[in-house]
Structure formats: C-alpha cells, structure tokens
Design a protein around this ligand. Structure first.
Ligand SMILES: *Cc1c(COP(=O)(O)O)cnc(C)c1O
Length: 394
C-alpha cells in the first residue's frame, strides 16, 4: 500500500489530499483496500455508484460493448447513444440530449446553450447569468464561473461569463439581480458539495415563475442530486417546475465516466446548431451502453422504491445521532443525500475516524458530514452505519 501511495505522490499532480488507503475492489455496498480491509460505502465515489459495486448484469453489458465497439466519434450514429438519449428524454420530458464525459463538461454545454439562445434572440454579447452562493458546478473555467465558493474561484478571474450570485432559499436576493441582460439562472435542486442545502418549494417555484415571465432560462444542475437519489427520478420533479436545460452525470454511469445536458424544445430549437458544439469521446458507445443499462436496471429493480422505503429509517437513525451527540447540530437533506451539521469537530476528523472504523463518507461545505450511499443499500447497511457512527462520535 505504501509503495502505491509513494508512486502516486511522485507522479500525480497533488491537487487532492487523499485518504491514506488504496482502494482495490468492491462488492455491493462494500469496498476493500489493498490490505483486505472492508469499508461500508456511504460515499459511492461521490454519488456515482448508484447500483453499488461489481454488479454482474451491468458489468456483463459493459464487457459485451467493449468487445463490439467502444468508440466511433460523433461523426457517425451509434445505437447505444440513441437508446440512452431516448431513456433520458422519457424520464424527464425534455426534448434533446447532448452526451459529455463529465459533469463539468455538461455544465459547460448548458451554459453555452443558454448564452447562444440569448445571443440568437437579441444579437448581443453581454449576457449575464445568475448562480447561487454555496453552489458547485465543476472545476473547468466556465463551470467555475458559476460556482459560488470563493476558495475555488480565486486566481482564475476574470471569467468568460458575467455571473452574479444570489442566496439559496432567498427569492428576493435573486430577483434583485435580474436585469435585461440576464439570460439564465443556474441552480442545484439540492446543493451537494456546498453543504447539502435543499431548495424549498417557494424558492425553486418562485425562480421557475420568474424565469418563465422574463424568458430567462432555468438551468437545473442535477449532477449530484439527480437519478433517484432524493426519492424521484430527478429532484426537480418533486416541485411544480421544469428546467429549460438540465445537467446529469455522476450516477448516470454508475462508475463509467459520462454526463449529459438536456434541452427542452424551446431551447433545442433556438440555440446550439450543427457545428456549434462538439466532443470527441462524449456519447461514445461504451459510455452510453453503460448509461442505457444503468437506467434500465434502476427502473427494473425498483431502486426508487428502495430509496423511498428506506429514507424514513435512514433519517430516523441519523436523527438519533443528532439527539445523542452535542457535536452534531442538526441534519439536512433529502432521500439518500444527507448531511449532519457539526460543531466543535471538523467533518474531516469524522471522515478519518470513519475510515479507521470501516465506513467511507464525505465532507461538504465547512461543517457538514455528507452521506451519499449507493441507492441499493439495505436496512442492515443503515444499521451498520449507525453502529459505526455511534462509535466514531463517541
Ligand atoms: C460533481 C458535480 C459537478 C461536476 O462534475 P464532474 O464530473 O466532477 O466534472 C457539477 N455539478 C454538481 C452539482 C456536482 O455535484
């Protein structure tokens, strides 16, 4: 293990302070390191492993596609991409899909579509975008421009797009920013990385109406909260709203790198045209055959029922910890996207203690312990989580 860590540190750019273990393989809701130690997975590779690890049916579909055709570029049609896009449109009621290799790249495309839509409308090049504090949309320059965390932004200014920041769940703070140059509002339905802040009904529906009234495009980033995690296929579907553009990634490949942005008909008809946007790898048959299978399995295995059935139990167990330990101030979250708000102890300390005791978790914001288990966890997994966290906090 130490040899691998040394080799990595010698050769990989140090942009992460990694945990001092080397993960080797996984099975279901468990991960194993190179020393054979077992970990209960409550982070899913940052919300990726919807179906858990080593799923035979998914892996067989991937292997079959590897032997058939992995890549063909977007200059040709391929069947898996067409099928996966149809599934995404059917699940969302959106009109058109563009496949990407990552979440940030999906956000980039979404921003380009919004800016192009506004440009084709008034011919001007001075449009503004409204984003929210505590938001996270990715690390590329465009996605970073709409990410509301100073530490991530510093050193990369000026950004290409003019972006103003409002506050989550404060409608007035957003309305105040609107002017005739505003072309889009971008938001997560549940902010993940920024600290697990779910948007309340009045806020997201207010934003939706505001956008409708002024032909401002609503971009909903569902890269982390989307795909069944919060108890509906996409989290925005629990409200009386509909995005003009939405992004999805993370769980879409359940381990395979893939993302997408989706457009409604209004935007699809009047934004990016042939030649306006592209990617070499994006939408390749290997990644899209995986997404197609992931979407099929999430549905055929009734994963949504599992999330809905077990959410009250998960929340009950977490609330029991909140009551028991003074250093936990409260709980925020939705479905299988939960955060414990800590005081007098950093989430990093708790995550490290968790690794020692055999559970993998994440941090969010400055004081939040973030839990993003695979969507296929059982009641026993939740009991095990409680047992380990009880020890960790004690
Ligand atoms: C992770 C994330 C992204 C960026 O996705 P990458 O695949 O890391 O580029 C964007 N938006 C949200 C909400 C995310 O959670």
């Amino acid at each position: 293990m130490n040899k691998i860590i040394e080799l990595a540190e010698e050769n990989i750019l140090h942009t992460y302070n990694r945990f001092q273990i080397v993960l080797d393989h996984g099975k279901g809701t468990r991960l194993y390191d190179t020393e054979g130690r077992e970990y209960l997975d409550f982070f899913s590779g940052i919300g990726v492993y919807a179906l858990g690890h080593g799923d035979k049916e998914l892996n067989d579909a991937i292997k079959a596609q590897v032997d058939k055709l992995m890549h063909c570029s977007n200059l040709f049609y391929n069947e898996p991409a067409a099928r996966a896009a149809k599934r995404l449109n059917d699940l969302t009621g959106m009109d058109k899909v563009f496949f990407t290799n990552s979440g940030a790249e999906a956000v980039e495309g979404a921003l380009k579509a919004a800016l192009k839509y506004a440009y084709l409308k008034d011919g001007k090049n001075d449009h503004e975008i409204i984003a929210l504090d505590h938001s996270f949309h990715g690390r590329t320059i465009g996605a970073l421009a709409v990410t509301g965390k100073a530490a991530y932004r510093e050193g990369y200014k000026p950004f290409v797009a003019d972006v103003k920041f409002g506050q989550m769940n404060d409608l007035k703070s957003v309305t105040e920013l609107v002017n005739d140059r505003t072309c889009a509002v971008i938001m997560e339905t549940v902010q993940g990385e920024g600290g697990i802040y779910p948007s309340d009904k009045e806020f997201i529906e207010g934003i939706y109406r505001l956008c409708q009234e002024s032909d401002i495009l609503l971009i909903i980033d569902e890269i982390q909260c989307g795909l069944y995690r919060t108890g509906s296929v996409y989290a925005w579907q629990q409200y009386d709203v509909k995005p003009d553009i939405m992004t999805t990634a993370k769980a879409l490949g359940s381990g395979m790198p893939i993302g997408a942005f989706l457009l409604n008909k209004k935007v699809a008809d009047a934004s990016l045209k042939a030649g306006d946007h592209g990617t070499t790898y994006g939408g390749n048959p290997l990644a899209t055959a995986t997404a197609d299978k992931v979407l099929e399995l999430l549905e055929s295995r009734h994963v949504l029922d599992n999330v809905r059935d077990l959410t009250p139990y998960l929340e009950e167990k977490l609330d029991a910890l909140v009551r028991k330990y003074d250093c936990i101030e409260g709980r925020r979250g939705k479905g299988f996207m939960q955060g414990l708000v800590l005081k007098d102890v950093t989430p990093g300390e708790i995550v490290n203690k968790g690794i020692e005791k055999g559970i993998l978790m994440l941090t969010a914001g400055v004081n939040v312990l973030r839990l993003l288990p695979p969507l296929v966890i059982t009641k026993e997994d939740i009991d095990k989580m409680y047992e380990i966290l009880d020890e960790v906090f004690a």
